[in-house]
Design a protein around this ligand. Structure first.
Ligand SMILES: NC(=O)c1ccc[n+]([C@@H]2O[C@H](COP(=O)([O-])OP(=O)(O)OC[C@H]3O[C@@H](n4cnc5c(N)ncnc54)[C@H](O)[C@@H]3O)[C@@H](O)[C@H]2O)c1
Ligand SMILES: Nc1ncnc2c1ncn2[C@@H]1O[C@H](COP(=O)(O)OP(=O)(O)OP(=O)(O)O)[C@@H](O)[C@H]1O
Length: 284
């Protein structure tokens, strides 16, 4: 997939970091000197004294989004803009920069390459969760992961799990991580789950500290749907480590891969295994 006729880019900055003002103005200069208008969301704008637009309006008015921050800023932008199907470029101004991997110093050269068509847009799977309660249904999307865990850190949680309508397992421990291929190198990795190549159409279901000798992570095909219930108590549903929903013992959570994908802009030469090696020490 390629971007055509780029007119306007929507920028988002890491929250509570007014020091990014200088980078924003330099990025604005780079885009505007090439005929691309730069707009900013009102939260980032408020932080650096620049007039911004509400997030939804920014998405409607942009051809693609650029985040300046870390992986958290990029994850948040991808999740919140998902329904607008906008490509997102993450500029690394954070600590790890696993996903937001374009160094700011490379931006000017990269923009010229983009305008010459030398870039790629990866289609990354997204999770969709439907929470059903006696009061109705709500829909959630996640770019990295959905975690079901206990509200009290001192207690264990029991999670009854069904796969494609059939009883599959009852997890007993700290909870589970349901991860996209993109999120597999985040919480899933810490919980002992597998690294999933980011362009695969699968998801991982990984228990967190299960009190069992037999419960292991599983990788499921993208067309499977899992259903989870917490029969004894309430539970927390954590979305990309950033949003939180509390569910009760009468609620059910259905999770599957969403029908659409998120779109990440990368350098043409982007190599996943090089990033794994450089950022996470893969193979060292
Ligand atoms: N024990 C853990 O490992 C743990 C606990 C809570 C949350 N998380 C992860 O944090 C993510 C949210 O990230 P954040 O930046 O908003 O929170 P954060 O500020 O707590 O940082 C989490 C760290 O994970 C890195 N990270 C995020 N997504 C990644 C990915 N897909 N691959 C490799 N590294 C990644 C970030 O760069 C950062 O260093 C959640 O989706 C969850 O996966 C991990
Ligand atoms: N738009 C946002 N709304 C709310 N919280 C956000 C938003 N963007 C980022 N955050 C949070 O701010 C914190 C710092 O974000 P940042 O983008 O620097 O990610 P990070 O986790 O530090 O990644 P890295 O290790 O690459 O720097 C994270 O905990 C992230 O969840």
């Amino acid at each position: 997939m390629k971007l055509t006729n780029i007119k306007r880019v929507g920028m988002l900055l890491r929250p509570s970091t007014p020091e990014l003002k200088e980078m924003f103005f330099e990025a604005k200069r780079i885009f505007e000197s090439r005929g691309i208008e730069v707009i900013i969301d009102n939260i980032s704008g408020g932080m650096i004294d620049v007039m911004g637009q509400p997030f939804e309006m920014l998405c409607q008015n942009s051809d693609f989004l650029v985040t300046i921050g870390g992986d958290g800023t990029l994850i948040s932008a991808v999740r919140r803009s998902y329904r607008y199907q906008l490509p997102v470029l993450g500029i690394h101004a954070g600590k790890l920069g696993f996903l937001a991997d374009l160094d700011f110093a490379e931006l000017e050269i990269f923009v010229d390459k983009m305008l010459a068509g030398e870039y790629r847009i990866d289609q990354r799977a997204v999770l969709q969760a439907t929470i059903t309660s006696p009061n109705g249904q709500s829909e959630i999307f996640a770019f990295n992961d959905i975690v079901l865990t206990r509200p009290s850190i001192a207690k264990m949680i029991r999670l009854e799990t069904f796969v494609d309508g059939r009883s599959f397992n009852t997890y007993y421990g700290d909870g589970v991580v349901i991860s996209t291929p993109t999120g597999s190198t985040a919480y899933n990795l810490s919980a002992g789950g597998p690294v999933l190549f980011p362009l695969t159409q699968v998801f991982a279901l990984t228990p967190i500290c299960p009190h069992s000798l037999t419960q292991r992570p599983v990788v499921l095909p993208g067309h499977f749907e899992i259903e989870m219930k917490t029969p004894d108590a309430s539970a927390l549903v954590i979305v990309d480590g950033q949003d939180l929903v509390e569910i009760s013992d009468s609620d059910t959570v259905h999770i599957k891969l969403a029908s659409g994908a998120a779109q990440l802009i990368h350098r043409k030469e982007f190599n996943y295994f090089e990033v794994l090696k450089e950022k996470l020490g893969w193979g060292n």
